[in-house]
Design a protein around this ligand. Structure first.
Ligand SMILES: Cc1cc2nc3c(=O)[nH]c(=O)nc-3n(C[C@H](O)[C@H](O)[C@H](O)COP(=O)(O)OP(=O)(O)OC[C@H]3O[C@@H](n4cnc5c(N)ncnc54)[C@H](O)[C@@H]3O)c2cc1C
Ligand SMILES: NC(=O)C1=CN([C@@H]2O[C@H](COP(=O)(O)OP(=O)(O)OC[C@H]3O[C@@H](n4cnc5c(N)ncnc54)[C@H](OP(=O)(O)O)[C@@H]3O)[C@@H](O)[C@H]2O)C=CC1
Length: 477
């Protein structure tokens, strides 16, 4: 193998949202500097059609493009499709699989994460991350009659809604669905979308708007490519032809304790043969064609040379408020890193596009400021957690401490629910808004964002905050 030596000021690893946002920002802030982007995949992710919905809240699309498109943004950018296999932080060098040695002044690791599977190296257990894994999923699903989905976060929620034509057994640890993102009330709001063939009947179904107020102490009374883009499922055929419509069974409050293959399972039930079986903590043994392990991610922080860099328990590269790791001049952004600074009250890390995009841009600013010896302040985007997405066909906006995170179960909730239309939950503490869940076209995102940021005392408005007959925004003009 021929060894090739290259030099640059900024070396970015990873062509996902974090890496591409970082490259674009450096190109803007330091057009005179040489940048190299090394990415394992020939396709890169870019953010397009940004629609600001508030000060920090935004909606945007993600596009997958050929990496050469990025060359147009910067004359001094070189893109290398290769895998980084070794980092020598002492000599400031990176080595690639194809034998390239690249010298850098500043390095930003944006090499993402990979699915954390319930069991590795099993052909009947799939994780979903990139185009390749979805293609595999799409092919497998065509001839399947039944799948088991493990996990209760973003991917499981999307699969249960989007996949059709077969039986799905959804295994969740929690008492309610989609628990990574929503509370039991919102989960209940989604339930009628789960049972697509309308055989599921809700009691107390009402189309009337309900408003409720309760304190959290009585909550029980209330109910190797870049990661994929939004609506990833629209670009693939993820249907089976086995059933006319999907049949979903939810196994609540349980986990998989054992995976059994066909030969092991025959002892239990020779009549029903499946390629793989799961044994659950509730005692059930369920056979299926394959298992989707939608059980979170592991940051790709295990490149040789990173052994003695500080890492968080989740494996993420620990970064300070400048997104610098414990090794000088090595920065990290996006899914690969873990926020290690003292967090603002209403912000926390979740491995999402918005944060990958914000961190990529911010790491660029941080590195360029250091190089130019310029003063640098933390970006406003780390003041407030924001997430805009779609679940079960509804627009979902999550703001601040939307699930009462960090509030030690000591907060008040204002709720407005119009079944099939909207679910609004505001979290208040001492009369001040701390977070919000806005499902449906509520048009309340900007107001809520402002109220969380300015910490106005809302005690005087009481439940009128959510009175549908009052245009609450008039209060705050
Ligand atoms: C199915 C799915 C749906 C999702 N939906 C949403 C959603 O609706 N909303 C949302 O906010 N978030 C969503 N996410 C999460 C979101 O996609 C990620 O948080 C985000 O893309 C992370 O970006 P990143 O740039 O940090 O990492 P990635 O996108 O994973 O990019 C990492 C890059 O690094 C490259 N790489 C890895 N290792 C190396 C190496 N050693 N050398 C060179 N290159 C390397 C990879 O090829 C890739 O280009 C979803 C994720 C998945 C899997
Ligand atoms: N629309 C969106 O915003 C979407 C976002 N994403 C993002 O993509 C990434 C990957 O998605 P996903 O895999 O769904 O990850 P998530 O982090 O969203 O959810 C993982 C889920 O798996 C559960 N879990 C973890 N380990 C086990 C286990 N051994 N057995 C059973 N359950 C387990 C977790 O429970 P617990 O938390 O209790 O451990 C959690 O419910 C995430 O960063 C996610 O935020 C993905 C799709 C859509």
């Amino acid at each position: 193998m021929n060894e090739e030596k290259l030099n640059c000021t900024f070396l970015i690893v990873g062509g996902g949202i974090a890496g591409v946002s970082c490259v674009e920002s450096i190109a803007f802030l330091a057009p005179e500097e040489k940048i190299i982007l090394i990415t394992a995949s020939p396709l890169i992710k870019t953010v397009t059609n940004i629609i600001p919905l508030g000060k920090t809240l935004m909606q945007f699309d993600i596009e997958e493009k050929d990496s050469t498109v990025l060359m147009k943004v910067h004359d001094l950018l070189k893109i290398i499709n290769d895998l980084v296999i070794k980092i020598d932080s002492l000599n400031k060098q990176v080595e690639t699989k194809n034998g390239k040695i690249i010298n850098y002044k500043m390095l930003c690791l944006c090499n993402g994460a990979r699915p954390k599977l319930i069991e590795n190296y099993n052909n009947f257990i799939l994780g979903i991350r990139d185009t390749e894994s979805v293609l595999q999923f799409s092919q497998k699903i065509k001839n399947s009659k039944r799948i088991v989905i493990v996990g209760n976060g973003g991917i499981a929620t999307e699969i249960v809604h989007e996949v059709d034509g077969l039986e799905m057994i959804w295994v969740i640890k929690d008492k309610h669905i989609s628990a990574t993102f929503v509370d039991p009330g919102a989960s209940e709001f989604f339930m009628n979308k789960i049972y697509k063939n309308d055989t599921f009947v809700h009691t107390n179904v009402s189309s009337l708007t309900k408003r409720m107020r309760y304190t959290i102490s009585d909550i029980t009374a209330v109910a190797d490519g870049p990661a994929l883009g939004p609506d990833w499922h629209n670009n693939f055929d993820i249907k089976s032809t086995y059933l006319k419509s999907a049949k979903i069974q939810i196994e609540y409050e349980c986990e998989v304790i054992k995976i059994l293959n066909k030969s092991e399972q025959k002892e239990f039930d020779p009549m029903e043969e499946w390629p793989i079986y799961v044994q659950l903590t509730n005692g059930k043994i369920i056979g299926c064609d394959f298992i989707v392990s939608a059980t979170g991610v592991i940051p790709n922080s295990d490149i040789i040379g990173l052994e003695d860099i500080k890492k968080e328990k989740d494996g993420g590269l620990l970064v300070d408020w400048k997104l610098e790791t414990s090794k000088q001049d090595i920065y990290a952004a996006g899914d690969v890193c873990s926020a290690g600074w003292v967090l603002a009250k209403h912000w926390f890390q979740m491995r999402l596009w918005t944060q990958a995009h914000q961190m990529g841009r911010y790491a660029a600013k941080s590195m360029v400021s250091k190089m130019k010896n310029e003063e640098f302040l933390q970006d406003f985007c780390f003041e407030l957690f924001t997430h805009v997405t779609k679940f079960f066909g509804y627009k979902v906006v999550l703001l601040g401490l939307y699930n009462g995170q960090k509030l030690d179960n000591n907060y008040e909730v204002l709720l407005r629910i119009t079944r099939g239309e909207e679910y609004i939950k505001l979290i208040l503490k001492n009369g001040k808004m701390q977070g919000a869940v806005l499902i449906g076209d509520t048009n309340l995102e900007e107001m809520c964002e402002n109220l969380i940021l300015n910490q106005l005392d809302l005690s005087v408005y009481g439940e009128d905050l959510l009175n549908p007959d009052i245009d609450i925004e008039d209060y705050f003009d």
